[in-house]
Design a protein around this ligand. Structure first.
Ligand code: GUN
Ligand code: FE
Length: 432
């Protein structure tokens, strides 16, 4: 059992900011056992945060392409289909060399922890060994993670040098990757495999069918890209005569807690199917600026009962910070509400009631992501895992003597970054 004394900022719902002022959190075996006011606690406390530091639930990044880490912040000059072939597939293919891949993972995982990402949902490369090494690296650095070998076998949607040679071979490799990850020694059960068809254009129907069966058989989660932009969405309409959502559903890939990345072009009908299946969306606001062709309607999706969390989409998005993506989620929702073409009349320029606020953005980065994954994370309350991040407000709070608590929270969402992050805990263990 360990006891930590702090003030907590968190969002128990998409519209509620809650602060627990000066409490003691007691943690046993990675799980929160109790939270009581510090004044009512008479045992010794192990850690006390200083009064300018707050504790928040660990950030949950639902969408990261691990092999794209070396590419972060570059290559945003071409559309998605060209970006994949020109920059991304060549970068990912280098992970055939497991020694190289290991260097990338050892640069990335600590950096993400330093950004407050306590839970990461990763696409690995197509390589079983590099992907196993990624899972092992998360365990070693103490990050909670879902790690998926990327499956991709389509002769037109992938390059010759970087694909599963047949559907059967791709399926066998995905099975082998799951087995290898499950077999890792992982005393705190931090890491799980996730079935990862890259997206429909990169996969044959045979592979998609096999991976849907694998999901039903093993019960492991599924992740893929869904209705990301005009090119991708249009391709699926042409190939399968329906939306990504319906197509994935037909392959048995739209399951409880399936993580659908982007979803910029999802329709209301798609939202209804996604909500019905219990799948969720990884909203990647920064990546979508470059590749999405449209703003994901976060508020409409939430109102339709769809679970929504946030993703950096490293390296489709140029920031490794989930907090930066939370702030941008607010910004792009305002672009959607206002509209962006000044030649259009004001009353038709945007989409009314699209804005989200800082509270909703923080919810997406924490409890929203936890709900997508169906895990007891995202909120500091008894029964949930103690994944948490200490954030100093010293450089954020610009008011002499200190701002109001609500405004401190709003400033945290809009202004906090890696430099403000101190200690990080995952499953009750301090990992930074
Ligand atoms: N669609 C298929 N692969 C990718 C990828 O690596 N990044 C993004 N943003 N979209 C994709
Ligand atoms: Fe992506």
């Amino acid at each position: 059992m360990f006891h930590l004394r702090a003030t907590v900022f968190q969002t128990p719902s998409r519209s509620t900011f809650d602060h627990l002022d000066d409490v003691v959190i007691s943690v046993e075996d990675g799980t929160i056992a109790a939270i009581v006011p510090a004044g009512d606690f008479d045992e010794a406390v192990d850690v006390t945060l200083d009064e300018n530091t707050v504790l928040i639930p660990g950030l949950i990044d639902l969408h990261i392409h691990a092999p794209q880490w070396p590419q972060l912040g570059t290559g945003y000059d071409v559309p998605l289909d060209e970006w994949l072939f020109e920059y991304t597939f060549p970068t990912e293919a280098k992970c055939a060399d497991t020694t190289y891949a290991q260097e990338v993972w050892d640069s990335m995982v600590p950096s993400l922890l330093a950004n407050g990402t306590t839970t990461a949902v990763y696409y690995g490369s197509i390589h079983v060994d590099a992907t196993t090494a990624l899972a092992q690296t998360c365990i070693r650095h103490g990050q909670r993670a879902w790690v998926g070998r990327t499956a991709m076998d389509h002769p037109e949607g992938t390059p010759d040098y970087y694909r599963d040679t047949t559907a059967a071979e791709g399926l066998a490799a995905s099975r082998a990757s799951i087995d290898a990850i499950v077999a890792l020694e992982d005393p705190h059960a931090l890491v799980q495999p996730i079935i990862t068809p890259r997206f429909i254009p990169a996969c044959t129907d045979e592979l998609l069918t096999g991976l849907g069966q694998l999901a039903a058989e093993t019960g492991h989660l599924v992740q893929t890209h869904c209705s990301e932009n005009d090119w991708e969405h249009g391709y699926v309409l042409e190939r399968h005569g329906t939306s990504d959502t319906n197509s994935l559903d037909g392959f048995g890939l739209l399951r409880d807690s399936t993580v659908l990345a982007h979803g910029c072009l999802l329709s209301d009908d798609d939202f209804a199917v996604i909500a019905e299946r219990g799948a969720g969306v990884a909203h990647c606001p920064l990546s979508n600026v470059y590749f999405g062709d449209a703003v994901f309607p976060t508020r409409r999706a939430l109102d339709a009962g769809v679970k929504v969390g946030l993703g950096t989409d490293i390296a489709g998005g140029p920031s490794a910070s989930l907090l930066a993506n939370a702030a941008r989620a607010v910004d792009v929702s305002r672009h959607l509400e206002n509209g962006v073409d000044q030649r259009a009349e004001a009353d038709v320029r945007g989409v009314d009631e699209s804005r989200i606020d800082a509270t909703t953005a923080f919810y997406l980065a924490t409890l929203g992501g936890a709900d997508v994954l169906g895990e007891p994370l995202g909120l500091l309350e008894p029964g949930r895992r103690f994944d948490a991040v200490a954030i100093s407000l010293s450089d954020i709070d610009t008011v002499p003597g200190g701002d109001t608590i609500d405004r401190r929270f709003e400033k945290l969402v809009r202004l906090a970054g890696r430099r403000d992050i101190g200690a990080v805990w995952v499953h009750g263990r301090q990992v930074r």
